[in-house]
Design a protein around this ligand. Structure first.
Ligand code: PLP
Length: 390
């Protein structure tokens, strides 16, 4: 065997995004024990930073030792048990995954379907919740498979009105657009580190409201997964009364998350959101300058995940292969019904810069030209630059 040397890539797909050198440097610092007093100070800082970023001052915030799907699993397995009913919204891949998990938790699941490319429709959710006696409403805030943002404030308010707890998937939204657990009065929000936080994949920050914790305490049976049982987890992460061993924390991964949070707050949350929005507007102007069309209506677009329709006659996979081979640039493919129909271009965290926008437009123009599709690269770059320098 030899040491693995990954190729250098520019990550503009649906995640992971580029990891900054300072986060990579933090990951390589010496490993210490997970009950070391110095490590416990780091844990406290991470909890406080997550509470700030989720705007969840009264929630229990921890990063789970596994990717974003762990947050989904923790939310669903802690809140649902056999005999419960859940309303789950599906407008892309990740809503579908939630339906599967809620069924595995033993709940009766009512699905609310919307088109892939459209946001969750609150009127349909209201109709599904009415008289259903649902314990949970679950939906995806930022659907990475389509690039759509749903109205989390309205959906959480509907859950409250109907006496349901809300679960909000913020895997792609956190750090790219505002997530406001307190303002939405959301019960469980969860995310992943590899999107707009620009840390490597492998951790899932979660926040559980006091109402959710009380509901978990009132369960008839224990949650069916041990690692993500929030009560057991808090015996380690909670800190009150001394920490007891629960699992061996992924020490170095947590150094990386901590550093990415330090960087985010140094830049300022508002500045980070403005940067994502500006890069998105410039990218869209450039893509349209290349003659390409966006899938999602402007009002529902996510700045950090841009879904572009593949023009007729263009080989979708060949374009992705071309930009990877010639520009070392990764962009994403469509999933499910959008397979072969779209590209997904991420502008997440450290990948949301003017340099990335220009590189992506240049590489796409080159890939289209390789297929004999003429596009005006100069006009596209000028359109993007006009917004980048404004
Ligand atoms: N939810 C959403 C909206 C996602 O985009 C993803 C991953 O892309 C997940 C959940 C699952 O996260 P992970 O792949 O880190 O397990």
């Amino acid at each position: 065997m030899q040491s693995f040397q990954p190729p250098r890539r520019i990550l503009m797909g649906p995640g992971p995004s580029d990891v900054s050198p300072r986060v990579l440097a933090a990951l390589s610092r010496p490993t210490i024990g997970h009950l070391d007093p110095a490590f416990q100070d780091l844990m406290e800082e991470i909890k406080a930073a997550l509470a700030r970023l989720f705007n969840a001052p009264d929630h229990a915030c921890v990063p789970l030792p596994a990717p974003g799907t762990a947050g989904m699993e923790a939310a669903i397995m802690n809140l649902l048990e056999p005999g419960d009913t859940a309303v789950v919204c599906v407008n892309g891949v990740f809503g579908t995954r939630m339906v599967d998990m809620a069924g595995r938790a033993g709940a009766s699941v009512i699905t609310v379907e919307d088109a892939w490319g459209a946001p969750v429709d609150p009127a349909k959710v209201e109709a599904a919740l009415a008289g259903a006696g649902a314990k949970v409403l679950a939906f995806v805030h930022a659907e990475t498979s389509t690039g759509v943002r749903s109205d989390a404030a309205t959906l959480c308010a509907l859950a409250r009105r109907h006496g349901a707890l809300s679960i909000v998937d913020c895997v792609t939204s956190l750090g790219g657009v505002p997530v406001d657990a307190a303002g939405w009065d959301a019960d469980v929000v969860y995310s992943g580190t590899q999107k707009c936080l620009s840390a490597p994949p492998g951790l899932s920050p979660v926040a559980f409201s006091q109402r959710a914790i009380a509901a978990i305490g009132a369960r008839k049976e224990k949650p069916r997964n041990w690692l993500y049982d929030i009560g057991l987890l808090m015996s380690y992460w909670g800190g009150e009364g001394g920490r007891t061993y629960h699992h061996t924390a992924p020490i170095n991964a947590l150094y990386g998350l901590h550093e990415s949070l330090v960087a985010l707050f140094e830049e300022g949350q508002q500045a980070v959101f403005v940067r994502h929005a500006r890069m998105h507007e410039a990218l869209v102007a450039g893509l349209e300058g290349l003659g390409l069309e966006m899938l999602v209506a402007p009002d529902h677009r996510l700045p950090q995940l841009n879904t572009v329709k593949v023009p007729g006659g263009v080989d979708e996979a060949a374009v992705r292969a071309h930009v990877l081979d010639h520009w070392s640039l990764e962009i994403g493919a469509g999933l499910g019904p959008l397979k072969g129909q779209v590209w997904r271009i991420g502008l997440m965290g450290a990948s949301a810069t003017p340099w990335h926008v220009r590189l992506c437009l240049t590489a796409l123009a080159d890939a289209l030209a390789a297929q004999g599709v003429a596009s005006d690269k100069a006009a596209a770059l000028a359109a993007a630059d006009a917004l980048l320098t404004a």
